[in-house]
Ligand binder design. Structure first.
Ligand SMILES: Cc1ncc(COP(=O)(O)O)c(C=O)c1O
Length: 428
């Protein structure tokens, strides 16, 4: 094929980009004042050519960083071959990907969709259909307070954060919310009417908090006792983020899920989500009961297969580099008394502050470091798995400056004695 005309790359200024969005894009996002044009490794480059070290990685999506040569190669090859053919037909890569995901999770069946929230929607349908076979009255869902499962109506219904649900109520019900870790509350809430229990092994949007394994084990027992399904939402904490394939594998012995949902890093930036299930749960949705036009197409499945191959090789390195990151952060914490706690599970890292994190995120951006804040005062880092120790050294250097700025802000606000300790103002 000769040279073909196409939509040529544009070169807009930040002002042009933001103006266009203000006029034409629904105002659902609070964007930072930066527009990116390209990326390489763990760095993003904005439209003015400024380089940023990225500890957000597209909220846990760009696990192999940017322009990973193996991913770029596979996308090029497969895009020229076949991008989409619909689920009316077979192609070569969906079954291979399902097999691989089943192998690493210990589950037997897989359904493909396009995002985390869709994966949870499918999980809710599996739970409902499975329970209905036992009893029409078995319809209740149990979920955790402080959880996040997505923005579509089903996933929102099991999201344990009032501010997300309230504008759209009434939602799908009945749902009972239980404080994560409260075994007594779990025991009271789970019963004959329970169809499924939904958990994140580590709550991500909820502030990077691991759920007590004793609680998760009790959830397993109760699910068995009452014939309910135990669903692990591994959308944020799964697929290598913690140094294991899944967060339920962090515990010894691992906790056995019936259903697992994944998304974020699987497509290296292309949209894909998946639900994994046991043979019993994974066969309740028969032909016509669920589906997705885009789900599990050849391009995205082949990319996901490549991602999982790279991940197999990367897992030990994730563990090592994450340990180094944690150590450097703990050192930094010693200098800043307003850092309350560091919660690090592999490369899923939360820094609990005694102050709101918004201004620190803004300062980091100015200094060329992308970080994120969740739950108002938890800085969250979800760096690409390919981050190196020297990238981490660089991040720590910038963070030191950012935290120093935070200290100045505290002093200016007159809260130094309270947040930094008596006498801190004169020491600073
Ligand atoms: C644990 C968890 N579940 C579900 C979702 C929703 O995923 P998506 O935004 O791909 O729909 C998220 C997104 O952050 C998440 O963290």
């Amino acid at each position: 094929m000769g040279e073909v005309a196409g939509f040529a790359p544009v070169s807009l200024s930040f002002e042009q980009i933001s103006r266009l969005e203000q006029l034409h894009v629904m105002p659902t996002y609070r964007r930072a004042p930066v527009a990116f044009r390209s990326g390489r490794g763990v760095y993003l480059i904005d439209v003015q050519g400024k380089k940023y070290l990225d500890l957000v990685s597209g909220i846990g999506v760009n696990a192999l960083g940017y322009a990973h040569p193996r991913i770029v190669k596979v996308i090029r090859e497969q895009a020229a071959q076949l991008i989409h053919c619909s689920n009316l037909y077979y192609h070569e890569y969906q079954g291979l990907l399902a097999k691989k995901l089943c192998e690493i999770s210990g589950l037997q069946r897989c359904f493909f969709c396009n995002s985390g929230t869709e994966a949870n929607e499918a999980a809710i349908k599996i739970v409902r259909a499975y329970a209905k076979r036992r009893s029409p009255a078995k319809v209740e869902l149990v979920a955790l307070e402080n959880s996040f499962h997505g923005r579509t109506l089903g996933s929102l219904s099991i999201t344990g954060q009032e501010q997300y649900r309230q504008p759209f109520e009434p939602l799908v019900g009945p749902v009972k919310f239980v404080p994560a870790g409260d075994i007594a509350a779990l025991e009271t809430s789970v019963g004959e009417a329970t169809a499924g229990i939904f958990v994140e092994g580590i709550q991500g949007e909820g502030g990077v908090r691991m759920v007590d394994p004793a609680f998760l084990r009790r959830a397993r027992e109760l699910a068995d006792e009452f014939g309910a399904l135990l669903v692990f939402d591994e959308v944020q904490c799964g697929l290598g983020r913690t140094g294991k394939y899944f967060s339920f594998q962090l515990h010894d012995p691992p906790i056995r899920p019936d259903v697992v949902t994944v998304a974020k890093p699987l497509g290296c930036g292309l949209p894909i989500g998946a639900v994994l299930a046991t043979e019993e749960a994974g066969t309740v949705l028969g032909a016509g009961m669920h589906g997705s036009t885009f789900g599990g197409g050849p391009l995205v499945c082949r990319v996901a297969l490549e991602f999982l191959e790279v991940l197999d090789e990367l897992l030990p390195a994730i563990h090592r580099v994450a340990g180094y990151f944690r150590m450097r952060l703990e050192e930094l914490k010693l200098h800043y008394r307003y850092i309350e706690e560091i919660r690090a599970y592999g490369l899923m890292i939360g820094i609990q502050l005694k102050i709101p994190g918004k201004e620190l995120v803004e300062e980091a951006l100015r200094q060329g470091l992308l970080i994120n804040c969740t739950h108002e005062n938890v800085l969250r880092f979800l760096p690409p798995y390919v981050i190196t120790e020297s990238d981490i050294d660089r991040a720590i250097k910038i963070l030191d400056r950012v935290f120093r700025k935070g200290q100045e802000l505290i002093i200016q606000s007159g809260l130094a004695d309270q947040l930094l300790g008596v006498g801190a103002r004169t020491q600073a």
